[in-house]
Design a protein around this ligand. Structure first.
Ligand SMILES: [Zn+2]
Length: 209
C-alpha cells in the first residue's frame, strides 16, 4: 500500500473558524468536513460520498485522500490522529464532557491493538490546569477525573490535558506518539477562549494528499 502524505495544523487568532462557511472561505479549494459538534461521543466515518453533508458528531475519520477533516474548539481539545501504517486520519473534539464519555476510546476501540499502536495523536491548544477551574468537580465530573483535581487557594482545577493523554495510553497509544504542546487557550493571547467570553473558534485540521 502506498502511504499518503498527511498534512495537519492548528489555527487560532486572528482568524475565526466558528462554522464551516468561515473555514471554507479560509481554504477555498479544500473539500472540508466540519461536523456540527454537540459535546457527545459520536464519530462518523467519511467517504467521498458524504463529505459535504451536514451532520451532528464530535469526531470524523477517513481513509480517503483530499478530504480536510476539521474540528473547531475554544478551550476544548482538538485531537488529530493519523496512523503511520494504515492511511487513517481523524479529527476529534473533546471538552471535559467528551473526556467524561471517553470519545477517544470510542474512536480507537473499533481497531485491533496492532493498528491502534501505530497512531500518532496531536493535541491542540486547550484549557490547561493553570485555568481549568471547576466549582464543584467532585460532584460535576466522573470519579476517574478526581485524581487529576488540584486545589489551589480554595479553588479546584482539573488537569484535562493529562486525562486526555492517559485515555490515549489506555487505548494502546505510545507515549512518544502523543504530541501535546500544553498551550493554554485562556492565558495565551494567540488562541480563542470560551472562558474569556470569546465567540470565535480555533481550528484543528488534518488531511491526506
Ligand atoms: Zn492557563
Amino acid at each position: 500500500m502506498q502511504l499518503m502524505k498527511k498534512n495537519y495544523n492548528f489555527l487560532g487568532k486572528p482568524n475565526n473558524f466558528a462554522n464551516r462557511e468561515k473555514t471554507q472561505s479560509f481554504f477555498p479549494n479544500k473539500n472540508i468536513v466540519q461536523p456540527l459538534q454537540v459535546h457527545g461521543k459520536k464519530i462518523v466515518k467519511i467517504g467521498n460520498k458524504n463529505s459535504n453533508e451536514k451532520f451532528e458528531a464530535d469526531g470524523v475519520w477517513t481513509q480517503e485522500k483530499n478530504i480536510m477533516l476539521s474540528i473547531k474548539t475554544a478551550d476544548c481539545i482538538g485531537l488529530l490522529f493519523y496512523n503511520e501504517k494504515e492511511d487513517i486520519i481523524a479529527a476529534v473534539h473533546a471538552g471535559w464532557r467528551g473526556l467524561a464519555q471517553k470519545i477517544s476510546t470510542e474512536f480507537l476501540s473499533q481497531f485491533p491493538e496492532k493498528i491502534r499502536k501505530n497512531f500518532h495523536v496531536f493535541l491542540s491548544p486547550s484549557l490547561q490546569k493553570c485555568c481549568s477551574q471547576f466549582s464543584d468537580p467532585y460532584n460535576e465530573t466522573p470519579d476517574f477525573f478526581h485524581k487529576y483535581i488540584e486545589k489551589r487557594e480554595e479553588k479546584f482545577f482539573i488537569d484535562l490535558s493529562e486525562i486526555c493523554e492517559q485515555e490515549l495510553m489506555n487505548c494502546g497509544i505510545k507515549k512518544e506518539n502523543i504530541h501535546n504542546n500544553k498551550i493554554c487557550t485562556k492565558c495565551s493571547e494567540n488562541w480563542w477562549s470560551h472562558r474569556n467570553g470569546e465567540k470565535e473558534r480555533n481550528l484543528s485540521w488534518i488531511e491526506m494528499i
